[in-house]
Design a binder for this molecule. Sequence first.
Ligand SMILES: NC(=O)C1=CN([C@@H]2O[C@H](COP(=O)(O)OP(=O)(O)OC[C@H]3O[C@@H](n4cnc5c(N)ncnc54)[C@H](OP(=O)(O)O)[C@@H]3O)[C@@H](O)[C@H]2O)C=CC1
Ligand SMILES: C[C@H](O)[C@@H]1OC(=O)[C@H](O)[C@@H]1O
Length: 256
Amino acid sequence: MLLPSFRLDGKKAIITGAGRGIGRALALGFSEAGAEVILCSRTKSELEQVKAEIESRGGSAAVFPMDVTSTEEIKQVVAEIYQTYHQIDILINNAGMNIRSKASDVTEDEWVRIMDTNVKSAFMMSQAVGTRMQENNGGSILSVSSVAGHVALKTGVVYAASKAAMIQMTKVLAYEWGSSGVRVNSIGPWYFETPLTKHLLEDENYLNDILAVTPLKRVGQVEELIGPALFLSSEAGSYVTGQTLFVDGGMTINGF
Ligand SMILES: NC(=O)C1=CN([C@@H]2O[C@H](COP(=O)(O)OP(=O)(O)OC[C@H]3O[C@@H](n4cnc5c(N)ncnc54)[C@H](OP(=O)(O)O)[C@@H]3O)[C@@H](O)[C@H]2O)C=CC1
Ligand SMILES: C[C@H](O)[C@@H]1OC(=O)[C@H](O)[C@@H]1O
């Protein structure tokens, strides 16, 4: 059998920010691929809705509310998850936010909130889960960065710095943990329709600006991230680590 498997049967996957948007789509997709998904975010009601949707489709999910900006909460909830599951095979660091200020207007509070939510959380989750993966038989960590971590956008310098940090963190964790069978990768989306971007994409002029630099001439649908994420998290990506796959409709290749 030459074809690799995208199936995740018997695998256990933690997904942060799973209550809506990209995280919800990945939770539904990874469940359909056979994984037992562990749903984390602050809003328990959203997580319960996703759990119910997964179960209605015959899948299995658990809700573990968590504020990823709290390192203590990460340590406590990850310990609780391991008491229940004993082994985690996949971690998706998806939780994130943005405050789109001009550089000259950025406040220290904005810096802290964005950096804590987007990149400190991803590192602390990776450390809490990745060190346990090394003691078991390895695993896969996937962080959701952004094209903003690779090219200059008008969506905020702090957000861009946080997403660029995720890309470099991916490389160094992959470098340190490869020998113990832990693969570490990222995906870098361009615009996808989610609650985070809905108000932006409803602005016709802003949408036209996006389409003007997007070779595929459309924004992405969250379901289109499931395949790339599955590839990097499953046996199909077994020899891929330290990489960032931009899922961007061609936006990052743009020149003139
Ligand atoms: N949509 C897009 O176009 C793009 C998105 N991205 C990235 O994708 C990821 C998901 O974005 P998207 O789905 O659009 O965003 P949404 O705002 O739709 O969802 C964000 C998710 O993260 C969770 N979250 C936010 N803060 C915290 C926190 N402190 N602790 C735990 N969970 C938290 C939210 O739940 P709750 O508020 O209940 O905690 C929610 O489930 C982000 O990292 C974003 O930067 C990257 C490129 C493009
Ligand atoms: C492509 C970016 O990541 C996108 O831009 C924004 O303003 C949102 O924060 C999205 O993340």
